[in-house]
Design a protein around this ligand. Structure first.
Ligand code: ATP
Length: 294
C-alpha cells in the first residue's frame, strides 16, 4: 500500500531574536505562515523489505536515516513499537537550506502520515516526538499561522486570519545554513521590542490589509545576510522597484518573499525578476494560492 502526503513550506513574516541562552540557542518571537506552495510530495510505501529507506528526487540530499524524514520514521516506529518495512520518497520542491523549513516539514509530514495510517500515538505524544526532531517540527505536524516563542517550539495559533496578500517567493540558488545566520547576528539586535510591529502585522493579516502587512515585516537575521550576499540586496531592490509593497528574507535565509497589492503586480514583479536574473541565479515561485490561510 502506498500513501501520499503534502509537506508545506513556511515563511517567517516577523522574526525577532529576543535572547541568547547560555547553551548557545536563541530565543525568538516569530510569525510562521504556512505556504501550500512550494511544497514537497512524500510517498510512503508500506510493503517494502524490513527497515526504513528514504530517497528523494534531488541528487545530494541526505538519504535514509541521514534524512530528517528517515529519522522521523525511525522515531515513530520506536515510539509506536512497530517493526517498519517502509520506503519513503520525497519529491523535493522546497529549496534546501533556504529558510523555508523544508527538512522540518518533511519530518512533520512523515509523522502525520504514519500516525494517520497506524493511529498508534495520541496527539500529545506525537507532538513530543516531533520536538525531539527539531524545534520547528511540531509546527509542521498541523501547519497553522502561529506566533512561536522559546527556541521556536512554543506555538500560539493565530485565529481569525483572512486571505494573505499576493506573495511571491524568490530563492537565490545557493544554500545558507541556519548556523551561519545565527553566528553572524549582530548581538546588539538581540532583545525585546518591535511588539507593536508584530501586532500591526497580525492586524494586517486579519483585515486583509496588504500595506499594513508589508509595512511591518521584520527579520533580525536579514541584516548580516544582505551584507554578506549583495545578490540578496539586488533581488530585494528589484522586487520593490518593480512594484512590490515590500520584500524581506524569510527565517535564516537566503530566500526572499515579496508582498504585493494585487496578483497583477505580483505577475509584473515576477517577470522583472526573471528578466534581470537568470534561472540559474534565482528560482521564482509565483503561484502561491490566495486561498484563506488557517
Ligand atoms: P529552516 O527554515 O528550518 O532553518 P532550512 O530551509 O534552512 O530550514 P532545510 O532545507 O531544512 O533548511 O535543510 C537543512 C539541512 O538539513 C540541509 O543541509 C540538508 O542536508 C539536511 N536535510 C536532511 N533531511 C532533509 C530534508 N528532508 N529536506 C531538506 N534538507 C534535509
Amino acid at each position: 500500500m502506498i500513501e501520499r502526503e503534502f509537506s508545506q513550506s513556511k515563511l517567517n513574516l516577523f522574526l525577532k531574536v529576543t535572547a541568547r541562552r547560555p547553551d548557545g540557542y536563541h530565543e525568538l518571537e516569530t510569525l510562521f505562515l504556512p505556504l501550500p506552495y512550494p511544497a514537497d510530495v512524500i510517498t510512503v510505501d508500506y510493503d517494502g523489505a524490513p527497515g526504513i529507506r528514504v530517497t528523494s528526487s534531488l541528487p545530494g540530499l541526505p538519504e535514509n536515516l541521514e534524512n530528517l524524514a528517515g529519522r522521523a520514521a525511525l522515531a515513530y516506529a520506536e515510539a509506536a513499537g512497530i517493526l517498519p518495512s517502509w520506503t519513503i520518497h520525497i519529491e523535493k520542491v522546497i529549496p534546501v537550506a533556504a529558510g523555508m523549513g523544508g527538512g522540518s516539514s518533511d519530518a512533520g509530514a512523515v509523522l502525520r502520515r504514519l500516525n494517520g495510517h497506524f493511529k498508534a500515538l495520541p496527539e500529545n505524544e506525537l507532538a513530543r516526538l516531533a520536538l525531539t526532531l527539531g524545534a520547528d517540527v511540531p509546527f509542521f505536524l498541523y501547519p497553522h499561522v502561529s506566533v512561536a516563542t522559546g527556541v521556536g517550539e512554543v506555538f500560539r495559533p493565530v485565529e481569525g486570519m483572512v486571505s494573505p496578500p499576493p506573495l511571491l517567493v524568490v530563492n537565490p540558488n545557493f544554500p545558507v545554513s541556519a548556523k551561519w545566520a545565527y553566528t553572524h547576528l549582530d548581538p546588539a539586535r538581540i532583545g525585546n521590542g518591535d511588539r507593536e510591529k508584530l501586532e500591526k502585522l497580525l492586524r494586517g493579516l486579519r483585515e486583509g490589509d496588504a500595506a499594513m502587512v508589508a509595512g511591518n515585516l521584520h527579520n533580525d537575521l536579514a541584516f548580516a545576510l544582505y551584507e554578506k550576499f549583495p545578490l540578496l540586496r539586488m533581488l530585494r531592490d528589484t522586487m520593490k522597484e518593480a512594484g512590490a509593497l515590500n520584500a524581506e528574507i524569510t527565517g535564516s535565509g537566503p530566500t526572499l518573499y515579496a508582498v504585493c497589492e494585487t496578483v497583477e503586480i505580483r505577475r509584473q514583479v515576477a517577470q522583472r525578476v526573471r528578466e534581470r536574473f537568470a534561472k540559474e541565479t534565482a528560482t521564482v515561485f509565483e503561484n502561491i494560492p490566495l486561498s484563506p490561510i488557517k
